[in-house]
Structure formats: structure tokens, C-alpha cells
Design a protein around this ligand. Structure first.
Ligand SMILES: *Cc1c(COP(=O)(O)O)cnc(C)c1O
Length: 410
């Protein structure tokens, strides 16, 4: 009898994006003319082409593989030194991180899920609400939760509400947790955490012997020099945090796939009998056993993000998206809606008009503006009453979306 992992049966059927898809299909079928003017501001995927510097580096790398003198087979599982060193020099200079503390992978989605391999049973896991659903579902799969209740909340998880009152950065819990996922700049709220807020979290984690899983996938969108770009800017974080970074949103690598985790050698966990154990060798072993390295052309393309040309081209991409975010913020404000995020992040988080739920607002935007947004309640109970508009779009589409928002709320 082949036993399955029963935890998978606890998963709520993927609700958010399938339900959006269902409603959009029904709308398109019923309104074939309006369907032609539909603009999607829903899914968090980039839209603009890859930087020229990255494409060129990937072309050259493919040609190297086509020549027996420069051919490469398996690379180092942890990533090529040229990329790990470029990351440290460009992203973590002066933060006390060395190249061998950087583990290259094919995506942060995989990394944030796979990291649970090295943690034992019985950890108390804290997540924010609203949240990037991957953190929740991967904990369900591995057995770190009980069943979901009617609202979709899983028994055993500690939900940390993020609201306008706390600036969408969770207050320090008044109880013990072992692992906490923090994502800043945040998806979906577009919020950032201040240095003081991160200092409080680092102090908490050190006191509780907890580990912060810090997702900085949107670091490149930070405009305000006062906003921390890395958890490792905070003193003491090297002993209580790891950081996830990705080339998906800065270099537009969502379809190319390259990311990394930074795990300081000073980061410690504990064995069942309470003995201190460094996390770095555990992940190193896990990564080299279950992963054979990101593709060479992809790592070459990623390293080109840090070339002189690459930096300029990435900056232009970010400027374009952040210009979109500004326009979307202005249009929603002018429509009389409460607007958050979109200043240091490519997501604008908007309060629904009084009396409308997140899904009411989704339907209103679909039917009246022919624009697809993401209902906030899909990211957690505390997202009810909000919706997310993504700035990942062409400028022309964003201008049209803003015009239509003005029209329906005019
Ligand atoms: C897009 C995104 C990532 C990046 O995922 P990849 O698998 O590297 O494409 C990570 N975290 C969050 C919250 C994201 O929105």
C-alpha cells in the first residue's frame, strides 16, 4: 500500500488565481467586445523584455557550451563563483557576507519552500496576514499545521495581522515563535519595514532563539535611502536571519529562473536536545543533494545584471514600473480610495469603497472598467476590504487603467 503524504489533503484548493481565472473567462464569454479591451493588473509577473546585457551574456554562454574548448557540464551546486562574488560585491558590500554564504538556485519560490527540509517538526511558525501564499502552503505540505478552518486559517500557524495601524509590518508577538516569514518590500501590500521595525524583529528573534526568513525579492524597487534593503543591515541579524533574493523582479527573470539564499555561517538552530547547530552546512548539504546547480547561461545572464550596462538597463526597468506605480496611486487617490504601497514596491494596495468586499471590487473593476485586479482577501483574512493593483505593465496600459478608474469613480 503506497501511503501518500496526508498533509496534502489539508490544502485548500488553490482558490485565488483559479477563481480569478473563472470569473474572467465567464466575463469574456458573456462580453466578447469588452473582452478585447481587458487589461490584466492581477498576477505579479513582469511584462517588459529582458535587459539587453542579460540577453547578450546568455547568448555568449550558449556559444561557449557549443565549443568543446569552453564546454561546461555540471557546475558547482551552490552556484558559480563569478555570480556569488558579483552578488556579494554589488548587493552585500560592507554587510559582512561572504560569497560562500550565497546559494544560487532557480527561484525564490522553490527556496522558500525547500528551506523547510532542514527544520524539524514542532516549530511554531509565524506568517503575516495578508501573505505570499507559498509560505503557508509549503508548511501545510510538510506537516507543520493542522486543518484549515472555514475562513481558510490553518490550525497551528501564528497569523500576524498587517493593517494600516501597524503600517503593514506586524507588531512583535506577545508569544514565542520559532520561525517567522517577513517579506519587505511586501507582496501584496507594497509596504516596507523601517530600520526600527526590523531592529525590533531581530531583537525578538535573538531573545526567542527564532529564525527570520526574510524575503527581499522586491529590494530593487526601494527608492527611499532610509529604507533597509537587507535584513543584514541590522546588527545581530547574522545570528538570527537568512535572506531570499531573486532576479525575477529586478532583471525580469520570471521566465529565466535565477535566485539565491544568503545564509550567514553565524546563523544557528538547535537539535532536539537543545545543542546549537549551524544552519549553513545543513542547507549546503540539502542543496547539493537535491539540486544540481542553476544553468550556466542563466547564471551568466544573472551576473550581467551587475555589469555597467546591466545596472543601467535594470534601473530603467525599475523606473518604468515605479512610474506606473505612481500613476496608479494618483488615480486611486483621485478616485477617493485609501492608497498604500506603490512607493518602494511595484504593488499598490487599495482600500475598497465603503461597503464593498474585495471580491465585490474585483467584479466592479472587471465589469465596469474591464480591468483585472487581485482581491486582497485572497492573501488572507486581513486582506478583506482591499485590492492589489500591480504596476507590472506597459505604460500605455497603465495610463488606460488610470483613465478607466477615473471614469468609474468620476
Ligand atoms: C515574485 C516573488 C518571489 C520570486 O519568486 P521566483 O521563484 O524567484 O520567481 C519571491 N517572493 C515573493 C513574495 C514574490 O512575490
Amino acid at each position: 500500500m503506497a501511503r501518500i503524504n496526508d498533509n496534502f489533503l489539508k490544502l485548500k484548493a488553490g482558490y485565488l488565481f483559479p477563481e480569478i481565472g473563472r470569473r474572467v473567462s465567464a466575463f469574456n464569454e458573456a462580453n466578447p467586445e469588452a473582452a478585447k479591451r481587458l487589461i490584466r493588473c492581477g498576477i505579479g509577473d513582469v511584462t517588459e523584455p529582458l535587459p539587453e546585457a542579460c540577453r547578450q551574456a546568455m547568448h555568449e554562454a550558449v556559444d561557449e557550451l557549443g565549443n568543446s574548448a569552453t564546454f561546461k557540464g555540471y557546475g558547482p551546486e551552490q552556484g558559480y563563483a563569478f555570480l556569488r562574488e558579483a552578488i556579494v560585491a554589488n548587493q552585500f558590500a560592507d554587510l559582512g557576507i561572504s560569497a560562500d554564504e550565497v546559494f544560487i538556485s532557480d527561484g525564490s519560490k522553490c527556496d522558500t519552500g525547500n528551506i523547510l527540509d532542514i527544520f524539524g517538526p514542532g516549530n511554531v511558525i509565524a506568517i503575516t496576514d495578508p501573505v505570499y501564499p507559498v509560505y503557508v502552503d509549503t508548511n501545510v505540505m510538510i506537516g507543520n499545521t493542522g486543518e484549515a478552518d472555514a475562513s481558510g486559517a490553518y490550525a497551528g500557524l501564528v497569523y500576524l495581522p498587517c493593517t494600516p495601524e501597524n503600517g503593514f509590518v506586524p507588531s512583535i508577538p506577545d508569544r514565542h515563535v520559532d520561525l517567522v516569514y517577513l517579506c519587505y518590500p511586501n507582496n501584496p501590500t507594497g509596504a516596507t519595514a523601517t530600520r526600527e521595525q526590523l531592529e525590533a524583529w531581530v531583537a525578538y528573534a535573538r531573545r526567542e532563539k527564532a529564525i527570520i526568513l526574510y524575503d527581499a525579492a522586491y529590494e530593487a524597487f526601494i527608492q527611499d535611502p532610509a529604507v533597509p534593503r537587507s535584513i543584514f543591515e541590522i546588527e545581530g541579524a547574522h545570528e538570527c536571519a537568512m535572506e531570499f533574493r531573486s532576479f525575477s523582479k529586478n532583471g525580469g527573470f520570471t521566465g529565466v529562473r535565477c535566485a539565491y539564499i544568503v545564509i550567514p555561517k553565524a546563523l544557528k538552530g538547535y537539535t532536539a536536545d537543545g545543542t546549537e547547530q549551524a544552519i549553513h552546512p545543513l542547507w549546503s548539504r540539502r542543496h547539493s543533494t537535491k539540486f544540481n546547480g542553476a544553468s550556466y547561461p542563466v547564471q551568466k545572464g544573472a551576473a550581467a545584471v551587475f555589469s555597467e550596462e546591466g545596472k543601467k538597463q535594470v534601473a530603467a526597468l525599475i523606473d518604468g514600473y515605479m512610474g506606473n506605480a505612481t500613476l496608479l496611486r494618483e488615480a486611486c487617490s483621485a478616485a477617493g480610495l485609501a492608497v498604500y504601497g506603490g512607493v518602494n514596491a511595484p504593488y499598490v494596495w487599495v482600500g475598497c469603497p465603503t461597503g464593498l468586499t474585495s471580491w465585490d471590487m474585483f467584479d466592479k473593476m472587471l465589469n465596469e472598467a474591464n480591468v483585472v485586479i487581485t482581491p486582497g482577501s485572497g492573501f488572507g483574512a486581513a486582506g478583506e476590504g482591499y485590492f492589489r493593483i500591480s504596476a507590472f505593465n506597459s505604460r500605455a496600459n497603465v495610463e488606460e487603467v488610470c483613465r478607466r478608474i477615473g471614469e468609474i469613480f468620476g
